[in-house]
Design a protein around this ligand. Structure first.
Ligand code: PEP
Ligand code: MG
Length: 753
């Protein structure tokens, strides 16, 4: 196909724009469109199929097939060649279509004489809206340029259909495709809070008017300049890192740079611009293809890598627009995105953000942990929200239940306003107990600690009135950065944390990487079972320099203080002792060099691996304290992946095996004159915390937001009564003891808010 002139892709796009802008009816415009494409591509047939309810693909317009088949021919997804295109979400290019095993002859269309077939999906945001086809009587192969051209038209068409710009989508009677109706989504509530606000798309979609370039040569220049700038910025970022570590980290840098330099990716972008798209639209188109691939990939390692490419595409869009985050946010912004990195969320700041909605996030995603630190409600696992939401839509979200309403009717808004008021009232009630002691009715004092990981968590210590930081997840700082923090950055950071805590203790957990906690700049070999793989202390013992540098930084940040270090994922006493020896060497080093030193260094172990439970008395001879990490311990005890929504709620920690296990841990620690605390999510849930106290746990570390509710529960509790009750429950065979515990609490007037 020639590059310019009547048969060129650019001419096609220009005419397409004119058709979109003319005032005729939707059907007329679709009819003109198929006629235009057929003549432009010298095809005897051009047809548009759009997805209808139940996934059927309906013939909406055709040039060349029997006009009576329009709105009558329907194919299920997967049926016929058109169905194959929709199912595979990829072009299908055939010289002799009737020979293909998936060819389905539909007599009403009269398509049997056509041999050559080219079908491309009409895709937007990774979702297939329909199929665009051309056919020729003679057997022929459509060349790459023709496939490209048809894909580009399909992209524009998708954008137009989805935005209601060409077709009144209401006429489709397809709720999925209508963008004006109220919609409700049931996601996973990951960070509590009720929000009412205005949708802001994290990756704003290119407006239809801005899809087609007036001057492709100038557009290509813009793209090249933006690519250059972006590569320069990535290089600068990587070069400025001055990593302490060599070898492996260098490979990491190279891998990241490779993405930015990927010639195939850049070529695709340039081809799309040469075809007549604006640079922004070209990035969007190439990303659409990528997202479709992403949806099919299950390998978490590869998904992370493709997320990197998404990240680069976003950077490129920023360079094209001059500046990405200069975007003006509304006062009550609710961010909607497929996925988001923790640093990206931090970039938005807290002032105008009311909530976050993500398609791809679970309770342990980094972005979730950061949102929780920022006190912003977040829901995850909300499938299809990006394609349904439009900038400026009203959104209501409940971060506890996971409920989301887009474009809600007035009644729903008032229900949410009621919920928000109720929540505010509860927050006020919790604030009222801030200065009261966490003591049960029978006089047992419970230590209330918070979990933290970033500097912005630290004010919560004061706000919540907690006794200290029971778990400081140091890996968070490593995950939000773009490069590995250097020794002096680490010292400065830990100093700030220690100073922010004042007289209150902070338990620093050493790097707990691996599993689902992947560094953006790290190189990770694919593992079959990452949760059971090379993680946490295992990495530290295999790469002792990493642990020693971190301990050196912690020592440097804690002169004259008590330094508390917690080691994650310890499996046996020998492992603990080996790590402790490394810590002791660092303490000794500071002494020999006469550097300022902590007053005392206490080293504890996380109890997350079941094997360690059987060595508790011996462990307590070497360890100064032990903290139960229920998130991991429960996943290992029940053999259920904590990040897999299908199984993560299948077993209840409030059940005989789990409670018996905790009882056993507490007893065994007591026999060895040791003490165990709890810092997993269980500690922050009132009913669960009640059971833990019943079993003898006296230190609980939780998200700061939970301090109020847990303290209210504690102040209404009698430990003797609840201990007797839970003791009896341990002998039962129920799948879950939740109902019995809830009934007990209700009977005794125990506050469970
Ligand atoms: C745990 O496993 O309970 C824990 C606190 O560690 P993390 O959630 O960071 O794995
Ligand atoms: Mg853990």
């Amino acid at each position: 196909m020639p590059a310019t002139g009547a048969g060129s892709p650019r001419f096609l796009l220009r005419r397409l724009r004119e058709i979109m802008a003319d005032g005729s009816s939707a059907q007329q415009r679709l009819d003109k469109l198929v006629a235009l494409i057929a003549s432009n591509m010298v095809a005897e047939v051009c047809s548009i199929y759009l997805r209808r309810a139940g996934n059927a693909l309906e013939l909406f317009a055709t040039q060349g097939l029997n006009p009576a088949a329009v709105h009558n021919t329907r194919l299920r997804s997967g049926q016929g060649l058109v169905g194959l295109v929709a199912e595979a979400a990829e072009p299908v290019n055939l010289t002799n279509a009737p020979n293909h095993p998936r060819f389905a002859y539909r007599p009403e269309t009269g398509e049997d004489p056509y041999k050559a077939f080219l079908g491309v999906p009409i895709v937007r945001g990774g979702q297939v809206y329909g199929v665009l086809t051309v056919q020729n009587r003679a057997a022929r192969q459509y060349d790459e340029e023709e496939v490209e051209a048809l894909q580009t038209v399909a992209m524009v068409l998708a954008e137009v259909v989805a935005s209601g710009g060409l077709f009144d989508i209401a006429e489709l009677d397809e709720p999925e495709l209508r963008s004006d109706r109220p919609r409700m989504f049931a996601g996973d509530g990951l960070c509590e809070g009720v929000a009412i606000g205005t949708v802001v798309l994290h990756e704003p979609r290119v407006r239809v008017e801005a899809l087609i370039a007036d001057d492709p040569a100038a557009e290509l220049k813009r793209l090249n300049t933006a690519l250059e700038e972006m590569r320069g910025a990535v290089d600068a970022m990587l070069n400025s890192s001055e990593l302490d570590l060599s070898g492996e980290s260098r490979e990491v840098i190279e891998a990241y740079r490779l993405f930015a330099d990927d010639a195939g990716w850049q070529q695709k972008l340039r081809d799309a611009v040469r075809g007549g798209l604006t640079a922004e639209a070209a990035v969007e188109r190439v990303q659409d293809e990528l997202r479709l691939r992403l949806a099919r990939i299950e390998d978490p390692y590869m998904r992370e890598r493709l997320h990197d490419l998404e990240d680069l595409a976003r950077r490129l869009q920023k360079h094209l627009s001059g500046d990405g985050h200069a975007r003006e946010l509304p006062e009550d912004a609710i961010l909607v995105a497929r996925s988001m990195g923790p640093a990206e969320l931090l970039d938005y700041g807290r002032d105008r953000l009311r909530g976050v909605i993500l398609e791809d996030a679970t309770a342990t995603s980094h972005v979730t942990i950061v949102a929780s630190s920022m006190g912003i409600p977040l829901i995850g696992n909300v499938q299809g929200v990006v394609d349904s939401a439009r900038s400026g839509d009203t959104a209501l979200l409940d971060g506890a239940s996971g409920e989301l309403h887009l474009r809600p009717v007035r009644d729903t808004i008032s229900i949410f306003e009621g919920r928000r008021a109720m929540r505010a009232q509860r927050v006020a009630e919790f604030a009222a107990v801030r200065d009261l002691p966490a003591v049960t009715k029978d006089g047992v004092r419970i230590n209330m600690m918070i979990n933290a990981g970033l500097l912005l968590d630290m004010p919560n210590l004061e706000i919540s009135g907690a006794d200290g930081v029971g778990l400081f997840r140091t890996e968070m700082q490593f995950m939000v950065g773009e490069t590995m923090p250097r020794l002096k950055d680490q010292i400065a950071f830990y100093k700030q944390i220690v100073e922010a805590a004042g007289d209150k203790p902070v338990v620093f957990r050493t790097l707990d990487l691996g599993g689902d906690k992947i560094l953006p700049y790290g190189r990770w070999d694919r593992e079959e079972n990452p949760a059971l793989g090379w993680r946490a202390i295992r990495i530290a013992l295999d790469r002792p320099a990493l642990l020693r540098y971190q301990v050196r930084a912690l020592i440097g940040a804690s002169p004259h203080r008590v330094l508390r270090i917690l080691l994650p994922m310890i499996s046996d006493v020998a492992e603990f002792n080996e790590a402790r020896a490394l810590i002791d060497r660092e303490v000794e080093r500071a002494r020999l060099l006469s550097l300022p030193q902590p007053r005392q260094v206490l080293v504890g172990a996380m109890l997350e691996v079941p094997a360690l439970m059987f060595m508790l008395p011996q462990l307590l001879r070497s360890a100064d304290f032990v903290s139960i990490g229920s998130n991991d311990l429960m996943q290992f005890i029940f053999a259920m992946d904590r990040t897999n929504p299908r199984v993560s709620k299948r077993y209840d920690p409030l059940s005989p095996p789990a409670l018996t296990l905790i009882r056993q841990i507490v007893r065994s620690a007591a026999d060895a004159d040791g003490d165990v605390s709890m810092c997993g999510e269980l500690a922050g849930r009132p009913l669960e915390a009640m059971a833990l106290i019943a079993l003898g746990i006296r230190t609980l570390s939780m998200q700061p937001i939970n301090i109020g509710p847990i303290k209210m529960m504690i102040r209404s509790l009698d430990t003797r009564e609840v201990s007797q009750f839970v003791e009896r429950l341990c002998g039962r065979t129920d799948h879950s003891l939740r109902t019995r515990l809830t009934a007990f609490a209700a009977e005794r007037g125990i506050a469970l808010k």
